[in-house]
Design a protein around this ligand. Structure first.
Ligand code: ADP
Ligand code: MG
Length: 562
């Protein structure tokens, strides 16, 4: 079978260009990426074999191997894991098969304007391609477990790659980097040095649960081959005492399982003892992934049973509104071949989910009191998702409300919590007012706001689509009603001015002719015409009944065709 040449997908090519011309200072991370992929491949094979014993694959010594050839200036990372079929190589390595790619690249460009080229690579995970930071040619030889034929992929990163079918490929994948010429000025980045490789593995990949072995240098004439050296300790971080593990180590684990290059915002540890024992190590990322609101977003944490990896994206362990949380849960008493269906119904899992949910929420609460800035970052990135919980998780509604914050007329840029809002409420104000809309500006320009502005009454400015829904569903906070200023009769004066009611009656009588005429003329479109104290500049505005849909919800339902 001849070698075929293919073009990289446009987005892939752009990412590759970034890698090739990268001046990113921390190039060492390419090795972490390759090891991370190899480890995933071993996990996958172990599981596939567990489910299907007839799979023709050798799982007796699953491991990762690093092989240096000083003379040829190559570095090879090899695994005997799941491997890839011919089609898979083209799909997985030649394209960025992600629905959010366009958005991702847009972010890349924006970040480039802001951060410059250098900060760029560190901000976005690009996995396999990072090899091109240190190599001018990369070849990959792979054979999918259970299949007879292998595939060789090769590229110089410049727009095209080649694919070729191979007959004698070993099971799994080996990635060979043809390293760029040595830089005599910079011995620090000599990736043909065993010392250097040892250091990188120790720093970034120590917790990987598969052995990472260094292939010994070929010995001379005596023919004796020394034993390969295992570079990592393979200790599960969540099982080690907290004071033995550094923040950096936790962060490296996060990067591996979260496929993120950045440090997490927060690390959460939980040890549950008793009848159902488990350990959890959860992370709150510092940035929302771009596909968080797409239907195919992979949610959930990794599930282990007694240090053995069982599944990725275990959605039974956290509710959907915490889908951005990454991490590991290691349960002592589950069966090794537990299925997703069983997990969904398991009573212990249900208890775990409740406990983990509370732990995440209490961590956010703690962040809020101890570190305003970090909390601010968290809420900016994940507040919209968390608010879904106000609608779907009645049990934790108060805990979510307690960590929620909202834009408000009180301050141009600083959001407020409901607690702070209530503390600022004026004498006689009984309700919490809000208005929903598309943007802060459009809400502030709404005629509904006039009377509130005039009287200095604070209004929450809610701009997420989910706001309409939760504000309705929640109804009140600490005994104070949540009221949309666009709904029903809001009588701002009744409380503070005696006789206002009388005045109103008198005025209504005076204007009854006009009101009656307007009601008649607009009969088809409205329910009622009332005199109002809510306007100061605009002569009139349209209001919904307290129980009607607000305009934004009406639009939403209309858009959904209802
Ligand atoms: P990610 O690991 O975040 O998915 P990568 O760019 O690192 O992104 O890898 C892309 C894909 O290529 C992986 O998801 C995997 O399917 C495949 N892949 C990469 N390396 C290997 C490997 N050693 N064995 C099997 N598949 C691999
Ligand atoms: Mg990867």
């Amino acid at each position: 079978m001849p070698t075929e040449t293919f073009e990289f997908q446009v987005e892939a090519r752009q990412l590759l260009q970034l890698m090739i011309h990268s001046v990113y200072s921390n190039k060492d991370v390419f090795l972490r990426e390759l090891v991370s992929n190899a480890s995933d491949a071993l996990d996958k094979l172990r599981l596939e074999k567990l489910w299907d014993d007839s799979l023709d694959a050798d799982v007796s010594d699953l491991h990762i191997e690093i092989d240096i050839d000083k003379d040829a200036r190559t570095l090879t990372v090899r695994d005997n894991g799941i491997g890839m079929s011919y089609e898979e190589v083209g799909q997985l390595i030649g394209t960025i098969a992600n629905s959010g790619t366009a958005k991702f690249l847009q972010e890349l460009r924006e970040a480039k304007d802001k951060a410059g080229e250098d900060g760029l690579i560190g901000q976005f995970g690009v996995g396999f391609y990072s090899g091109f930071m240190v190599a001018d040619e990369v070849t990959l030889l792979t054979r999918r477990a259970g299949e007879g034929q292998g595939t060789r992929w090769s590229s110089r990163g410049e727009g095209t790659y080649t694919l070729e079918k191979v007959d004698d490929a070993p099971q799994g994948t080996s990635v060979t980097l043809h390293l760029k010429p040595a830089d005599p000025e910079n011995q620090l980045h000599d990736y043909t040095s065993p010392w250097k490789i040892r250091e990188i593995i120790k720093r970034y990949s120590d917790f990987i649960t598969w052995p990472i072995r260094m292939v010994p240098e070929k010995s001379g004439d005596d023919g004796a081959t020394p034993e390969p050296e295992t570079l990592n300790s393979m200790k599960a971080l969540w099982a080690r005492p907290r004071d033995e593990v550094s923040d950096d180590e936790y962060h490296e684990l996060y990067k591996h399982i979260g496929h993120d290059w950045r440090d997490p915002l927060e690390t959460i540890r939980l040890q549950a003892e008793g009848t159902f024992e488990y350990q959890a190590l959860l992370f709150l990322p510092a940035h929302a992934p771009h596909d968080l609101f797409t239907r195919d977003f992979k949610r959930g944490v990794q599930l282990y049973v007694k240090r053995v990896f069982i599944m990725d994206d275990c959605e039974a362990l956290l509710p959907p509104y915490l889908r951005f949380v990454k991490g590991v849960v290691d349960a002592a008493d589950l069966s090794l071949n537990v299925s997703r269906e069983i997990l969904q119904q398991d009573r212990h899992i249900e208890m775990m989910r409740r406990r983990l949910t509370k732990k995440v929420l209490s961590t956010v609460k703690e962040m809020m009191t101890k570190d305003q800035e970090r909390y601010g970052t968290f809420w900016r990135e994940f507040g919209t998702v968390l608010k879904e919980g106000l609608v779907t998780d009645a049990e934790n509604r108060d805990a979510i409300l307690a960590v929620a914050s909202f834009a408000s007329t009180h301050h141009d840029t600083e959001p407020t919590t409901l607690k702070q809002y209530v503390e600022r409420m004026k004498d006689g104000q009984e309700d919490i007012y809000y208005l929903t809309g598309e943007s802060r500006q459009s809400i502030e320009n709404s005629p509904h706001m006039e009377a509130f502005r005039e009287r200095g009454i604070e209004v929450l400015l809610l701009t997420d689509p989910v706001d309409e829904v939760w504000a309705d569903a929640v109804g009140e906070y600490e005994g104070k009603k949540l009221r949309s200023v666009a709904k029903g009769q809001i009588d701002l004066d009744a409380k503070d001015e005696d006789g206002a009611d009388e005045d109103r009656e008198k005025q209504t009588e005076e204007y009854s002719g006009l009101l009656g005429w307007m009601k008649e003329r607009l009969d088809e479109d409205i329910k009622d015409v009332r005199l109002s104290s809510r306007l100061t500049v605009s002569p009139a505005c349209v209001v919904s009944d307290a129980h009607d849909l607000t305009p934004a919800l009406e639009n939403m339902y209309r858009a959904m065709g209802q």
